[in-house]
Design a protein around this ligand. Structure first.
Ligand SMILES: [Zn+2]
Length: 266
């Protein structure tokens, strides 16, 4: 009898702990989005004989709902709710796992987009046979690519050229969503975060900066930053910062970056 009681108490504690850990990763799905269709998923396996494919299917037995669930998490990070008029309505997401040198990429525009994910990369991430690490990486990559599918697109600030303010918006925001969803470590001391550098670096360097602004300046910062792409024409980083945080000298991107660097001790 006593043993049963101890068993029940311990089981309950394990469940509570699991919920706490899950919530702490910030990846919980908000109710408002539960019935939202982020787009029908068409899954293709172009490397069915590869080890990466075998591993992928063993951790993700049913890819379509997995991709849709993570898509809703990206949407709730970028938008206030399904009724937000800026929410893009995708018809189709073509998701392909494929044997190629690379990690993942999004292609296509409009209401049908595609995402490729490399089975070689899956194999590399699973070298230590660590299922949790592979899930963390696979979801992280998915958050990044799905952000490209749903993010707004700023105008008058260059093209996708690895350096323009446009490119920095696209790639910085994609990794900001990945951090916000907990698939880059949210601890600024984590090795996931590159130290120093510049907000003009893009990807996670810029992504952690945007995430820091959402923690320290405005909890809706990421949503407002995304929305600024349709509010400001032509768009620029300085205009967006001042638009969201107030038109003051301390709110230029350079000044905010300095403040962030000091705050995280770089
Ligand atoms: Zn990207």
């Amino acid at each position: 009898m006593k043993r049963t009681l101890i068993y029940i108490v311990v089981s309950a504690l394990v469940v509570v702990l699991a919920i706490v850990i899950y919530k702490a990763t910030n990846c919980t799905e908000e109710n408002a989005w539960r019935n939202f269709n982020p787009g029908d998923v068409e899954f293709h396996d172009e490397a069915p004989d590869s080890e990466g494919s075998r591993i992928y299917h063993s951790i993700i037995p049913d890819p379509a709902p997995y991709i849709q669930e993570n898509a809703r998490r990206v949407l709730q990070t970028l938008y206030w709710g399904p009724k937000d008029p800026n929410v893009p309505h995708l018809k189709r997401i073509i998701y392909t796992i494929k044997d190629y040198n690379g990690i993942s990429e999004k292609y296509g525009e409009g209401d049908t987009i595609g995402i490729r994910y490399s089975t070689k990369w899956i194999e590399r991430c699973f070298e230590g046979k660590d299922t949790l690490r592979l899930d963390y990486e696979t979801r992280g990559v998915l958050y990044h690519e799905l952000t490209h599918a749903y993010q707004l697109s700023p105008e008058g600030c260059g093209s996708y050229d690895n350096q323009s303010e446009y490119w920095l918006f696209i790639e910085g925001l994609a990794d900001a969503v990945r951090v916000s969803c907990g698939c880059f470590d949210q601890d600024f001391k984590s090795k996931d975060r590159t130290r120093g550098d510049s907000w003009r670096k893009g990807y996670r360097v810029t992504g952690y900066f945007l995430y820091w602004l959402s923690l320290n300046k405005d909890k809706d910062f990421i949503r407002k930053f995304n929305r600024s792409a349709v509010e400001l024409k032509p768009w620029s980083w300085d205009k967006a910062m001042k638009h969201i945080l107030g038109d003051k000298p301390e709110n230029t991107t350079d000044a905010l970056w300095e403040e962030y660097m000091k705050a995280v001790g770089d």
